[in-house]
Write a protein that binds this ligand. Structure first.
Ligand code: HEM
Length: 84
């Protein structure tokens, strides 16, 4: 497997994990008031995990876009046959 394909795989998987962690912790932050009313407490590390995972996800998104730029361009380009 070529170096670029390995890198693309690693970046895509890390991106997925980072967005899932950001989404889950963000949802926990959103419902923290409700959770508190039910007598529970969200661990104080959750906002920190959310912030770090969020910035990692944002940064890796840029690398992911760069690695898949040609594919992305082809999705938005007009088909050659439609050009005059
Ligand atoms: C899946 C996407 C995301 C969701 C659902 C989400 C949701 C939330 C929610 C509900 C809060 C709590 C807001 C409050 O208490 O007023 C929060 C806080 C925060 N979010 Fe996100 N967020 C997301 C993505 C991000 C990203 C990409 C970043 C960083 C680039 C980020 C950085 C932060 C920070 C710094 C806080 C404040 C944390 C604290 O209380 O110390 N979030 N987010």
């Amino acid at each position: 497997m070529s170096y670029v394909i390995k890198l693309r795989r690693f970046v895509s998987l890390t991106l997925l994990i980072a967005w899932v962690v950001t989404g889950v912790t963000g949802t926990l932050l959103l419902i923290s008031g409700l959770v508190a009313r039910l007598g529970h407490r969200i661990p104080p590390i959750v906002p920190d995990i959310h912030t770090y995972a969020g910035f990692v996800a944002l940064g890796i998104s840029v690398i992911h876009l760069a690695l898949n730029w040609n594919a992305l361009k082809s999705y938005v380009a007009r088909p050659k046959t439609a050009r005059k």
